[in-house]
Design a protein around this ligand. Structure first.
Ligand code: BEZ
Length: 211
């Protein structure tokens, strides 16, 4: 069965480039991004892994651990690291799961047989401190992901986990946010002292509350 938002992210044991780990224990009460790529020594994946390594400080600033996965063996992950550094200037600085027996790929539905029955697709799972899945994304092998978008999503997920707000289309950290429908106008005046503008009765906008 597919993993849905709000589900507990299934726990697993895996061999990684940073040693064996158990997912929930490794993650602790941090946020985590678990992402798969189709195959080592391939061009799009090389650029993606370099991008994640470059952005590691940004993930850390958001209390978020990052972990990659493919069905390639550990020695391939290790050798490929040199190419990733050569091409992107950034060597992988996060664990990469060697899922040769596809145990984790199958657990998370990362193999889509009508796309490829031998490789994982480009899956992303964002997992909250409570181990619940907050977001999932699936891209095909031919399309590299935008990891800045993942940081933007983390900003939204973390803000909306704390305040009764939602973020509008194309929102980025620092922009105005939307007060959720569950909050009455009277409660909104108390909870959002910077005030709000009601563009319609159901679309009330307020400055980002944690700024
Ligand atoms: C790539 O990363 O470029 C790639 C990987 C698997 C299939 C096709 C492309």
């Amino acid at each position: 069965m597919s993993i849905r938002l709000g589900d507990i992210a299934p726990d697993f044991e895996a061999q990684t480039t940073e040693g064996p780990l158990r997912f929930h224990e490794w993650k602790g009460d941090s946020w985590a991004v678990l992402f798969s790529h189709p195959k080592d020594f391939t061009p799009v994946c090389t650029t993606e892994l370099g991008a994640v390594a470059r952005l590691k400080p940004e993930f850390e600033r958001r209390n978020t651990k990052v972990i990659g996965l493919s069905v390639d063996p550990l020695d391939a992950h290790a050798r490929w690291g040199d190419d990733i550094e050569h091409v992107t200037g950034h060597k992988p600085n996060f664990p990469m799961i060697a899922d040769s027996d596809r145990a984790v790929s199958n657990l998370y539905g990362m193999i889509h047989p009508n796309a490829s029955d031998t490789m994982t697709v480009r899956s992303v799972f964002v997992v909250g401190p409570d181990h619940k899945v907050k977001l999932s994304l699936t891209y095909p092998a031919s399309t590299g992901r935008n990891f800045d978008e993942l940081l933007r999503v983390l900003d939204s997920l973390q803000l909306t986990a704390t305040y009764a707000v939602a973020t509008p289309a194309d929102w980025k950290d620092g922009d105005n946010v939307i007060i959720t429908a569950a909050v009455s106008d009277d409660a909104a005046r108390e909870r959002f002292p910077k005030g709000f503008v009601a563009k319609t009765p159901y679309l009330r906008v307020t400055p980002q509350p944690n700024r």
